[in-house]
Design a protein around this ligand. Structure first.
Ligand SMILES: [Zn+2]
Ligand SMILES: [Zn+2]
Ligand SMILES: [Zn+2]
Length: 116
């Protein structure tokens, strides 16, 4: 609950370390591996989503859509806020160059309304 609360308050992508620092202040003995485990679990439940950035760090953000609802995320390059979009055109792509398509990964980057 504390992790979800932090993501709601920060309203941006966070690394496990960025989650760990304020929570450690609150819970004292909390270890970083435990934060990693919790983030993994929350991502598995589609409460969080893993976000790709080009600095080789792991990032997470809140995911607001139902897990069975096909959607992707857009990340603000200025503040790290995450939005969601539906109606992905790749959903209808079933075959590519002889391949049967199983899944795809899409993430958009942009500038959010507050940062424009
Ligand atoms: Zn989402
Ligand atoms: Zn922004
Ligand atoms: Zn899609």
């Amino acid at each position: 609950m504390a992790i979800i609360g932090l993501f709601v308050k920060e309203n941006r992508i966070l690394t496990p370390e960025e989650v760990w620092v304020p929570l450690r202040r609150k819970f004292g003995r909390l270890g970083l591996p435990s934060v990693y485990r919790n983030l993994d679990t929350l991502a598995g439940c589609h409460i969080l989503t893993q976000v790709h950035q080009f600095d080789n760090k792991r990032y997470y953000a809140l995911c607001h859509a139902r897990h069975d609802h096909h959607h992707h995320h857009i990340v603000c390059t200025s503040c790290g806020k995450v939005g969601e979009f539906e109606g992905c055109a790749l959903e209808s792509v079933r075959r590519v160059d002889g391949f049967k398509v199983l899944r795809h990964f899409v993430q958009l980057e942009g500038i959010c309304a507050d940062c424009q």
